[in-house]
Each structure stands twice: as C-alpha cells, then as structure tokens.
Design a protein around this ligand. Structure first.
Ligand SMILES: C[S@@+](CC[C@H](N)C(=O)[O-])C[C@H]1O[C@@H](n2cnc3c(N)ncnc32)[C@H](O)[C@@H]1O
Length: 366
C-alpha cells in the first residue's frame, strides 16, 4: 500500500472514503489497495456485519436511515453499490420542487439512491463511485437511470462518467456491472481497459471438495427436467454446467437455493457439484485469507451480492490518480465533457420535460 500522499493543496494525507451499503467490504479492499483510508461504513445486514467485522475489525453502522448525514466524518470519495429500485416520478418532482435545503432530506422517501444523493449533497465530496447491475440502464424503461444521472449531474453538479464492465477479464465469471464515477469540480477521468479474455475456472477451483457440495440425485434430476421443460417451451432457462476450461455465469445472491447457475462437472460417473463458499470468494476476486465466519447460505448470499474486488481496484486506482493530479480544467476539457453530458442527456428522453425542468431550475437557484 502506498504511504501518505499529497492530496489537495498543501495537505498531506491519505484520501478518505466511505463504504455505504458496504456488504462484506469489496469496495473497502479495493480502495485500501489503491492507498485510500476507510472512515465510515454502513450495512444493516447482521450477517454481512459479522463478515465485515471479522475482516476489518469494525462493525458497520446499521440502517442508513438511522444515520444523520452530518455524523458521517469528512471524506473524499463516496463508494456504494446500491439496490436497483424504481422511482416514483411524482415523488421525484415533488421532492425537487419542495425547495428543501438539500433537496433530498426526506428520510422516509424509500429509495436508497436518495440516501446517497443526500450524503453527496451534504458533504460535497470531490468524487464518488457507484455500482449497480447492468440492467440499471433499462430498468423501468430507462427512467431509473435517467433520474439517477440527471440528479447527479444537473442537480448535484457532478461530472459523471459511466461504463458497463464485464469482470471476466479479471476473474473467471461473466458479470456485467455498471459503474458511475463522478467528480466535482470536473476532473479528467478514464475507465481502465478491461480485455475480453481472462482467467478460466481452473484457476479458482479447489482440488479436494467435500461430498456435501455434490448435487443429490433428486436435485440433479429435478434441474435436468426443469431445463428440458423450459427448452421445449422455447426459453433458455436452465442450469449452467462448467468445466475448469470455462468462464462461469454470474454468481447470484440466490446461489444457495440450488446452485443451478454455476455447476461444476465431475465427469460422467458423478453428479455435478456446486461451488464452495471459498471458490465463490475467489470468483469475486477476494484474497484467500478473507475470513468467512458465516454459514454457507449466508456466504453464498454475501459473495453473490458483492462487487468483484479487482474490477473495483482498477477503477479505484484511476479515481485516486485523477484526484491526485491537479484538476487541469482546460476549456477544451470543459467543452468535451459538456458536449458528452448533453449527448447522454438527449439519449434519455423518458422523464417528461416538465419534471426535467424542475431539476434544471433547482440547479440554477442553488
Ligand atoms: C448490492 S449489496 C452491496 C455489496 C457490497 N458492495 C459488497 O461488495 O459486498 C447492497 C447492500 O445494501 C444493504 N442495505 C440495503 N438497505 C440498507 C439500508 N437501509 N441500510 C443499510 N444497508 C442497506 C444490504 O444489506 C446489502 O448488503
């Protein structure tokens, strides 16, 4: 890990980040490897808290709604993977037109994105990194992404760079996630390159695996029958059967149910098996000394919900570099970014104009 570095002006210190909806700390490992320091974490799931505490020696705060934004210590980067929920458009326009001090301080509004927006609005960090499923862009006919993007850019004044990244270049798993990286004031930023080819499952599979991970005859028969039924009906649902030479499908938080999305072949004379929690941890790019103090069920859920650590680590290093460089805001860069944002906004025409005007009006007033 790199030592203290110059950050802003004459101040010599590590960059500080907050780990919101931290789960088991995927963002934390990544940003610590990039040389930053975690000053606050929050997740209400008690089993994730156990894993987090076992690995980082601190128990995250619970429900974000019980945290007063002003009690969060000063920080430079907000990190969060947040649930993908639909917005009520009526709720959004009402919230934005109420003229509240920060616009988002209605604790019971029900959408966790607004909790993030509220923290960003209050603390005005120079950067944030948000992560979500690729589907966020299409969710609720594009409205969810549009509201998020416009809130971050037009209402909160950030320059936002976003990209869908497939983790398969760093782990043997096809897992596409959208990352939104924001800066205020504007900074130059580029997502790192992620080549299409990466490691195969053989790099993470254990040599000796307990028999309990092999599917019972009953479950294996059920999965095969289920797949046949759905294939006959013309839909592609079914199990995923892999060897060490393959790349796995996306590990889901429901893997504990039947493990059907990633089954490991054990040859013709043995039923396939599911991955062990340790193999799942490797599939998400966690180091082998990462402690797993919970049941298999909880561990599968936690890794299935997590970020892929080396993906975030590469992004984190770029974000840290961007923050360490002088902002260098040339007129060319301003123009380039303004044009890009305008293009992207024009690509999101779903929110009715009246509601978009609310957002723009508030920005001008602020
Ligand atoms: C997609 S997961 C994030 C996983 C994390 N990025 C990681 O690497 O492990 C979202 C997390 O948000 C947490 N969460 C959901 N609602 C919450 C709330 N109201 N307050 C605090 N945490 C919440 C869940 O418990 C879950 O762990």
């Amino acid at each position: 890990m790199r030592e203290d570095r110059a950050v802003f002006g004459n101040e010599h210190r590590k960059l500080r980040f907050v780990d919101i909806f931290c789960g088991i700390g995927g963002f934390r490992i990544a940003f610590e490897r990039a040389g930053a320091e975690c000053v606050f974490s929050c997740d209400w799931d008690k089993f994730s808290q156990l894993t987090y505490a076992a690995n980082f020696g601190e128990t995250p705060q619970g429900d974000i709604h019980d945290v007063a934004v002003a009690d969060i210590p000063k920080f430079d980067i907000l990190c969060a993977g947040f649930p993908c929920q639909p917005f009520s458009l009526a709720g959004v326009s009402k919230k934005l037109s109420l003229g509240r001090k920060h616009g988002f301080d209605d604790e019971k509004q029900g959408n966790l994105f607004f909790d993030l927006a509220s923290i960003i609005s209050f603390h005005q960090p120079p950067a944030f990194v948000l992560e979500n499923v690729k589907h966020l862009k299409r969710h609720d006919k594009g409205r969810t992404f549009e509201i998020i993007y416009r809130t971050l850019t037009e209402d909160l004044g950030y320059t936002v760079y976003y990209k869908v990244i497939d983790a398969r270049s760093v782990v043997p798993q096809h897992r596409e996630r959208i990352f939104l990286v924001g800066f205020k004031p504007l900074r130059y930023f580029e997502f790192p390159e992620f080549p299409a080819e990466g490691p195969k499952l053989e790099t993470i599979l254990a040599a000796d695996v307990l028999d309990k991970y092999t599917l019972t005859d009953h479950l294996w028969q059920y999965l095969q029958d289920y797949a046949k039924k759905h294939q006959a009906a013309g839909n592609g649902f079914g199990f995923g059967l892999f060897t060490g030479k393959d790349v796995a499908r996306t590990l889901s938080a429901r893997y504990h149910k039947d493990g059907s999305e990633i089954l490991i072949s054990q040859g013709p004379r043995k039923n396939p098996r599911r991955l062990t929690p340790r193999e799942c941890s490797r599939l998400m790019g966690y180091p082998d000394d990462f402690k797993i103090p919970v049941s298999d069920t909880q561990a599968y859920r936690q890794f299935g919900n997590s970020v892929v650590v080396p993906v975030v680590e590469r992004i984190a290093k770029e974000v840290v570099l961007s923050l360490e460089r002088p902002p260098n805001i040339t007129p060319d860069l301003v123009l380039q970014v303004a044009e890009r944002q305008q293009r992207e906004a024009l690509d999101m025409p779903l929110v009715r104009k009246k509601q978009v005007r609310y957002v723009v009006k508030r920005t001008k007033k602020d």
